[in-house]
Design a protein around this ligand. Structure first.
Ligand SMILES: NC(=O)c1ccc[n+]([C@@H]2O[C@H](COP(=O)([O-])OP(=O)(O)OC[C@H]3O[C@@H](n4cnc5c(N)ncnc54)[C@H](OP(=O)(O)O)[C@@H]3O)[C@@H](O)[C@H]2O)c1
Length: 359
């Protein structure tokens, strides 16, 4: 055995002894970005590895991640382009929001046993100095809900429709991606504000869900309906607010049906995220001029200082039975790839969540 091998073994034994002594010997499963995808990610995009959990130092916490939020935005983070946030680097743990329990703490604010939400990444354990994490209360709402309606999804819907969309009572509102995480909350908030709400979703079942379960006034099945005709029927006086989650042709069709002083909220463009050709831009944009309308992009992080206010309001609406939250939960970090693809195939309802370790 060479000198170097003996040294490596000695240092590994030392680490294991140190971890055993502190009683936190854990194996961490981590999902790394292996290769930047072109188009829809394939199984070779990611690599699952196992590492030892490192011992925490003064000022740090060890979080056991329980639920990971799966978001369409993650597709954008894989591209090596300038955006509102830097791309995930090759061999880095895939970025993701998540909720988990603090199982060891040398931190003055976060204590062992606290539950927190933050950018955990797709992994089972994370050591952190606590920056960017906030406490959540599992006795008030189930943990997965803090990745959705009571988390970033809810914040996006709340600030997107109320502030960017400048929603007013009585507005005629159109929402795309309506049976998804953000869209379903947007539509329900607009109903709470006494607006007429029409959702766009893929398939009869999702459209039925929007009307029967969430109280939308109508739904358009973009996979089977004549969208332009349905928009004409549902918006005889035009659309006051269009909350766009999908972009592409649906955005273009909504543009051709605007009311005077309409507002379009550009929240996302999921129909374009896996494009291998150019992003399809709207050709009907002169409708903005004719209708003195506006089209504005948003990034939820800009509203961070007001998250607390929004969470309280969303929580109150839920307690009053005015706002429903639906999480679609899958299990196993090994199943990340297949589960992630459900965002784009639409084989899910509400907020897509992956359970990565036992509670
Ligand atoms: N700007 C921000 O700060 C911010 C924050 C969060 C999310 N977002 C964006 O908001 C949008 C919605 O996010 P989410 O978390 O609510 O995701 P999600 O809606 O839960 O999932 C995406 C849904 O989009 C629909 N979809 C997929 N491909 C489509 C296509 N080609 N055409 C039309 N619909 C399609 C699918 O439903 P169907 O079965 O109906 O097709 C799918 O369920 C995304 O574009 C996301 O990037 C933006």
């Amino acid at each position: 055995m060479g000198k170097n091998t003996i040294q490596t073994l000695r240092s590994s034994f030392k680490t294991i002894w140190r971890l055993t002594k502190t009683n936190i010997l854990k194996t961490n499963k981590q999902l790394l970005l292996k290769k930047r995808p072109i188009g829809l990610p394939d199984n070779d995009t990611w690599k699952l590895i196992e590492t030892a959990v490192s011992e925490i130092e003064e000022g740090e916490i060890l979080i056991k991640c329980e639920y990971i939020s799966l978001d369409p935005a993650m597709r954008g983070w894989l591209n090596d382009v300038k955006s509102y946030i830097p791309p995930v680097q090759i061999s880095e743990v895939m970025r993701a929001g998540g909720v988990g329990k603090i199982i060891a703490s040398k931190h003055t604010y976060f204590k062992k046993g606290d539950y927190v939400y933050g950018q955990t990444g797709v992994q089972q354990y994370v050591v952190s100095d606590g920056k960017g994490y906030h406490k959540v209360d599992p006795t008030l709402a189930p943990l997965p809900m803090y990745t959705g309606t009571l988390g970033m999804t809810g914040m996006t819907a709340y600030f997107g429709i109320l502030e960017v969309g400048e929603l007013k009572e009585g507005d005629a509102v159109l929402v795309s991606g309506a049976a998804g995480a953000v869209g379903s909350v947007v539509g329900q908030i607009a109903k709470i504000k006494n607006c007429k709400v029409i959702g766009i979703a893929g398939g009869e079942d999702k459209c039925k869900y929007l009307i029967d379960e969430l109280g939308f006034d109508g739904a358009i099945d973009y996979k089977n309906d004549d969208i332009a005709l349905k928009l004409k029927e549902n918006f005889p006086k035009g659309i006051d607010v269009y909350f766009d989650n999908v972009g592409g042709e649906i955005l273009d069709m909504a543009l051709s049906r605007l009311a005077l002083h309409a507002r379009i909220v550009i929240c996302g463009a999921i129909s374009q995220y896996n494009n291998t050709s150019e992003v399809k831009g709207p050709s009907n944009y002169l409708s903005l001029l004719v209708n003195r309308a506006s089209m504005k992009g948003m990034v939820v992080f800009d509203y961070a200082k007001d998250y607390e206010k929004a969470s309280i309001q969303l929580g109150q609406w839920m307690m009053q039975g005015k706002l429903k939250s639906k999480e679609d939960i899958y299990e196993g970090i090994e199943n990340f790839h297949e589960t992630f693809l459900k965002l784009f195939s639409g084989e899910k309802l509400g907020k897509l969540v992956l359970k990565v370790s036992e509670e």
